[in-house]
Design a protein around this ligand. Sequence first.
Ligand SMILES: Cc1cc2nc3c(=O)[nH]c(=O)nc-3n(C[C@H](O)[C@H](O)[C@H](O)COP(=O)(O)OP(=O)(O)OC[C@H]3O[C@@H](n4cnc5c(N)ncnc54)[C@H](O)[C@@H]3O)c2cc1C
Ligand code: FES
Length: 351
Amino acid sequence: MTSAALRSRAWKLLELVTTPLLPSDYLDLVSPLRAGADLRGRIEAVHPETPDAATIVIRPGRGWRGHRAGQYIRIGIDVDGVRLWRAYSVTSPANRADGRITITVKAIPDGKVSNHLVRDAKPGTVIQLDQACGDFVLPETKPAKVLYLTAGSGITPAMGMLRDAELDDVVMVHSAPRKEDVIFRNDLHDLVADKKLRLVELHTDTDGMLDVARLHELVPDWAERETWACGPAGLLDAAEEHWTAHGLADSLHTERFRPSVVVAGDGGEVTFSTTGTTVEADGATPLLDVGEEAGVLMPSGCRMGICFGCVTPLKAGAVRDLRTGEITEAEPGVLIQTCVSAAAGPCDLER
Ligand SMILES: Cc1cc2nc3c(=O)[nH]c(=O)nc-3n(C[C@H](O)[C@H](O)[C@H](O)COP(=O)(O)OP(=O)(O)OC[C@H]3O[C@@H](n4cnc5c(N)ncnc54)[C@H](O)[C@@H]3O)c2cc1C
Ligand code: FES
């Protein structure tokens, strides 16, 4: 018998004696970052950035395939005994010498995962990881002039890009309520001192919100710049309108942390028939949130309609896509994205 066949037989025997846990489950306990395991990472440090933001340093397991600056990862972490998945932009440069990656998280009011990561995450914690994805990245041929238009936690993918590639001419217009809320403020000012960045820092509590239509007053050559924008929906909507009005839509790249919800209607009674749970839901709340609130284990990922990590069979009734208003009615094999769908009357989900 070959050594591979012997190994396979030994593995099968081990599976028999370790049932109901598989040997891989035991290995996960002692060597969670080993090659061949589901991709995991270990939190190695947590560095506060502002009163409500922190950078989490993660050592990814052997299967990690690396990232391009500006991309995001999905992480799965247990909060109060429930595994929750969220997306975070990578803030470290690609190919960091020590092989570690960072994400930078801003705690939002009532946010389950963001508050946990910023306030309670401990070095040594093992989390689940997905490979990096997303197309909010610089092209292979670097543009001559770049503008980063960011606000709040939207600075994170831009910081990943700033740390990754040295560009000849970069301007950043960044907004945060106050000086002390500016994530990476010291790093940004170091880049300015090294003449690697021109920074326009706006403190909206005192300066007011950025009026995108008057961007030319801050960055006279804005129209010549390839632009990457990330921040709240209001900023991104205004930027898209402004760039489109000037015929420059192709030179604006945006990254949204939340879906643009445009439509709501009447809700209904939602049944999660596998768990036997029934709750009343309005027509604006994503069924993912409805299920989680009711204690139903719901798969999820980006929570904004891009990763399809939340798809669930719709067994009966109808749901509304919150981005378009489109109604989907149950029929055999129909799957819905629970993160961007709300009840449109009574409905039944296979969870
Ligand atoms: C591609 C992508 C990249 C991202 N990168 C980052 C990043 O680098 N840093 C970072 O801090 N976050 C980032 N996010 C947002 C992040 O995934 C979570 O949405 C955020 O941390 C909130 O999760 P939570 O569990 O704390 O909130 P939840 O418990 O899910 O929500 C709590 C409440 O806050 C609302 N809410 C949810 N998300 C947001 C939000 N982003 N802003 C305001 N209100 C919200 C919910 O509707 C709910 O009412 C990114 C999201 C995407 C899709
Ligand atoms: S969680 Fe990503 S599409 Fe729904």
